[in-house]
Structure formats: structure tokens, C-alpha cells
Design a protein around this ligand. Structure first.
Ligand code: NAD
Length: 496
């Protein structure tokens, strides 16, 4: 009998009111059932939001350093359970163990970083223009926050939202992706054990269309923080716009790595392989375009193709495997559809372009590492997010063309340039339109204490992680204290 998992509402583990469930299966072997999870409906969302609303007045008044101490404990428990969580994550979404351990580590780093913020959470003091008057700005919580997350970083992304939200004094309802509910359950077990009070952090499983959309439209939710596709992000932004609800969006990418003729080619090659095929290409920051200077293009193309064909594919629980499956059949079909589009557009398939179903891999959503050559910047495979192990090679004649091609998509998340020329590196940092630029490193590898997010269609201007995340999860309040004992008028008194 498959284990039945629950929602976490008001400090208790509860079934969906309807008792309906959905299955969570291993993408490397669909015969492996991880468990059944509540298929929540609007009634369940309402219960979770009510619990969060009820808990808010008390939690808001807990001193931030004390809220930070709870998050410190959360970090310690995550560290104790790191291996167990990583194994569950690999089983539920397919990333290899090395990467799922990294995903949990990102949660641990975020917990400790956020815990420290409990003793900072700085505002500003500033002189008033009037005598005997004091002025300062302070952060106050927003209220009840709805958090909606994707499946590709099932621990890191929820913690990027949850921990700063809680630290600021908000209460939350998390709706994790339906492909990765088990990791979310483990996170909430830890929140409970660490002493997060009932109602402060609630968990509701279910589909995006029903559970997620209900959360977005709920009148008692003051803020939606969403990470996922641009298509869903647009819908959410429109709904939040109607209600004038605060909304932060972290959406897709079409990230590129530039390799100039003066680059360390071995380094650039290693970076491209990791950027393109790490997490089976299912990262918002994955390298899906490789922009190559024409002088080194042939050499690099040959080496990349040879190495791509050698990547060991399989179940991520096997430590020798280098690339796991795609998340589900719909994703595999989407990747394959783009391969057909690429061929039709005239790109040259150098390797891959097929599903991989050998031996033990017959029951998983595996796809071969795929390299397309002779891609032009306007082809659909060079413009649209594929979210799979597919890389498009684009030749350029010089630095200016490389930057123009890199900037020529609707997204602007991550970017990279390999060069030994310092002037080019600095020009790239200045001219690339993206939220993240790496010099001599691949497009993936963000650290939790720097701002994370992108420009253009990658989002709506917010940045998670770093200190910038606190601008999402708190309101600024300006405070004036007049101790002159008389009415003083700004802009009127004290002006000649
Ligand atoms: P998705 O947009 O399909 O789903 C994301 C979440 O939204 C899921 O929990 C889903 O259930 C929910 N959802 C779906 N429809 C909804 C609706 N109408 N209302 C409310 N919620 C809804 O994305 P995905 O396939 O899970 O994730 C892949 C996408 O996420 C890619 O585009 C990737 O680039 C992006 N992503 C972005 C970042 C970033 O930080 N910029 C990080 C990781 C992933």
C-alpha cells in the first residue's frame, strides 16, 4: 500500500477535505511510487489561509532575532537530514545525488544566512529637515504570503521564499509543485520540529490550476511569490493586478555562454557541459545557447559533441551516473518537439535528439544530450525555453556580435563569457542584459547571499536571495518623531 501524505495546516497534518489524492512517481522508474499526496481543493486552501491569518498577529510581534533562532534550528535539522532528503529528492525528480545534495545545501545556507539577518534587518535613520525632529525607516511584515514553487529545485526555491518571509514576520501558505511534494513534506516536518508555531507556515498540495490559482485569488493573501514558467507568471501577475496584490515573479531563461577566441578552451568546455546538461538542462539558468567565436568554433564543437555522447545517463541514485531523466512524459515530448522544430528550421543535429530507453532506463523519461550546430539567433530553438538537455551552437565574428546575439531574446536571467581579456570582461558585465553574469564560469552556480533574478520576461523586477529578498517580504514604513512640542511643517517652515 502506498503511503498517504498530508497537508500541514495550523500545526497539524491533515488530509484534503475531499480525501482525494494524486500519485508521486519516480521519473527514472515510473513503477516506483513514492506515495499519495492530497489533491487539495479551494476549501483546503481556505483553511490554510485562515490558519495563517489567525497566526499573523502573534508571529508579527515575535522579535526578529528570535524568529531567526528558529530558522537557525531549521538549518541544523536540514543539515542532519541532508542525505535522506537528497535521496528522496532524487527519487521524486531525477536529479543526480550530487545535485540534490547541493539543492539541500542551498536550503541550509539560506537558513543560516536568514537566521543572521534576524539581528540585522536594517532600516535607516536620517536627519530631518526640521529641528527637534527624528526620522527613520523600518521594515514591517506584509501579512499572509502565498508561495508557489516549481519542481526543479524542490528544497532551495521554497526555502528562498519561506525563510525570509518568516524572518520578516509574515505567515505563509506554500503550494509546492505537484511533481515534488515529498521534499516539501520533509521541509515542513523540520519546520514543525524546530518550533515554528502552529499556523505560521502551512503547506497545501495540489494542482496549479486549482490549488495554486485559489491561493493567488484568495482575498486574505497579501503577497504572491511565484517561481515557474513565464506563461503561468503572466496569468498570476494579471490576477494579482486586479486585486492590487504584491507579486514577485521568477520566471524562465534562455541563457547563453559566450566563448571568445582568447578563452581557456578547456575551462569553457567544462563549463558548457555542466551548464547545458547539469540537472538534465532543467534549470532556469541552464546554458541553452553557446555563442562561439568563429576562430575556435570548430575545435570546441568537436570536443563538446564527443564529450556529450559520453555522458552516463541513468538513475541519479547510482553515484556513477552523470545525468538523470526529464521530470515527466510531457517534458520529454516537449524536448522532442523542439528537436523536430530545430531540424525543420535547418539546424544541424550533431548528437542526441532521441529518447534513451536502454535496459534499466526503459521505464524512465530519459533523453540523450543533444547538440545542434548551425543555429541562427532567430530560430525558435535559439529563442524559446526548451528546459531539457539541448544546446544550440551559434557562430559569431566578434565580441560585439556575441553580445548582440546574447541579448537578442525576450529573457534575461543568466549569462556567461569566457575570455582572458579584462576589457572585454568588463564590457560584458556592463552590456549584457541579464540579472546574472559569470566571467569564466558557466551560467549556473548562484550563491544564496547575492541577488537572484532576471530582466525582461524573466520576472517583474524583484530579486530573491541576497539582502534584496527583504524588499519582497517586508513593507517599508517611514517614521517621524517630532519632539519640538509644536506643529512643524515640512517644505514650508524653515524655507526662505
Ligand atoms: P510551472 O509554471 O508550470 O509551475 C510552477 C508552479 O506553479 C507549480 O507549483 C504549479 O503547480 C503552479 N501553477 C501552475 N499553473 C498555475 C496557475 N494557473 N495558478 C497558480 N499556480 C499555478 O513551471 P514548472 O514547469 O514547475 O517549472 C519550470 C519553469 O520554472 C521554467 O520556466 C523555469 O525556467 C522556471 N524557473 C524559474 C526560476 C527562477 O528563479 N527564475 C527557477 C526555477 C525554475
Amino acid at each position: 500500500m502506498a503511503e498517504r501524505y498530508k497537508n500541514f495546516i495550523d500545526g497539524r497534518w491533515v488530509e484534503a477535505k475531499s480525501r482525494k489524492t494524486f500519485e508521486n512517481r519516480n521519473p527514472a522508474n515510473w513503477n516506483d511510487l513514492l506515495g499519495l499526496f492530497p489533491l487539495s481543493d479551494p476549501e483546503d486552501v481556505h483553511r490554510a489561509v485562515s490558519a495563517a491569518k489567525k497566526a499573523f498577529p502573534k508571529w508579527r510581534l515575535v522579535p526578529a532575532p528570535k524568529r531567526g533562532e528558529i530558522l537557525q534550528r531549521v538549518g541544523e535539522l536540514l543539515r542532519e537530514r541532508k542525505e535522506e532528503i537528497a535521496r528522496t529528492m532524487t527519487r521524486e525528480m531525477g536529479k543526480i545525488l550530487k545535485e540534490t545534495r547541493g539543492d539541500v545545501q542551498e536550503g541550509i545556507d539560506t537558513a543560516f544566512y536568514t537566521a543572521g539577518e534576524g539581528r540585522r534587518l536594517f532600516g535607516e535613520t536620517t536627519p530631518s529637515e526640521l529641528p527637534d525632529k527624528f526620522a527613520m525607516s523600518i521594515r514591517v511584515p506584509v501579512g499572509v504570503c502565498g508561495l508557489i514553487t516549481p519542481w526543479n529545485f524542490p528544497m532551495a526555491i521554497p526555502t528562498w521564499k519561506l525563510f525570509p518571509a518568516l524572518l520578516c514576520g509574515n505567515t505563509v501558505v506554500l503550494k509546492p509543485a505537484e511533481d515534488t511534494p515529498a521534499t516539501a513534506v520533509k521541509l515542513y516536518e523540520i519546520l514543525e520540529e524546530a518550533g515554528v508555531p502552529p499556523g505560521v507556515a502551512n503547506l497545501v498540495h495540489g494542482t496549479g490550476e486549482e490549488t495554486g490559482a485559489t491561493l493567488v485569488r484568495h482575498k486574505d493573501i497579501q503577497l504572491i511569490s511565484f517561481t515557474g514558467s513565464a506563461a503561468v507568471g503572466r496569468e498570476i501577475a494579471a490576477a494579482c493586478g486586479q486585486d492590487l496584490k504584491r507579486v514577485s515573479l521568477e520566471l524562465g531563461g534562455k541563457n547563453a555562454q559566450i566563448v571568445m577566441e582568447d578563452a581557456d578552451l578547456d575551462l569553457a568546455l567544462e563549463g558548457a557541459l555542466w551548464g547545458a546538461f547539469g540537472t538534465t538542462g532543467q534549470r532556469c539558468t541552464a546554458t541553452s545557447r553557446l555563442i562561439l567565436h568563429r576562430d575556435i568554433k570548430e575545435t570546441l564543437t568537436k570536443q563538446l559533441t564527443t564529450l556529450a555522447t559520453k555522458i552516463k545517463i541513468g538513475d541519479g541514485l547510482d553515484e556513477s551516473v552523470e545525468m538523470g531523466p526529464l521530470i515527466n512524459e510531457a517534458a520529454r515530448q516537449k524536448v522532442h518537439r523542439y528537436v523536430q522544430i530545430g531540424k525543420k528550421e535547418g539546424a544541424r543535429l550533431l548528437t542526441g535528439g532521441e529518447t534513451y530507453e536502454k535496459g534499466k532506463q526503459a521505464n524512465g523519461y530519459f533523453y540523450l544530450p543533444t547538440v545542434f550546430d548551425q543555429v541562427t539567433p532567430t530560430m525558435r530553438i535559439a529563442q524559446e525555453e526548451i528546459f531539457g538537455p539541448v544546446i544550440s551552437l551559434i557562430e559569431v565574428k566578434d565580441f560585439d556580435e556575441a553580445i548582440e546575439v546574447l541579448n537578442g531574446t525576450s529573457y534575461g536571467l543568466s549569462s556567461s563569457i569566457y575570455t582572458r581579456d579584462m576589457a572585454r570582461a568588463f564590457r560584458a558585465m556592463r552590456d549584457i542584459q541579464a540579472g546574472i553574469t559569470y566571467v569564466n564560469g558557466p551560467t549556473i552556480g548562484a550563491e544564496v547571499h547575492l541577488p537572484f533574478g532576471g530582466v525582461k520576461d524573466t520576472g517583474n523586477g524583484h530579486r530573491e536571495a541576497g539582502t534584496t529578498v527583504y524588499d519582497i517580504f517586508s513593507e517599508w514604513k517611514a517614521v517621524y518623531i517630532d519632539y519640538s512640542g509644536k506643529l512643524q511643517k515640512a517644505q514650508i517652515d524653515n524655507v526662505d
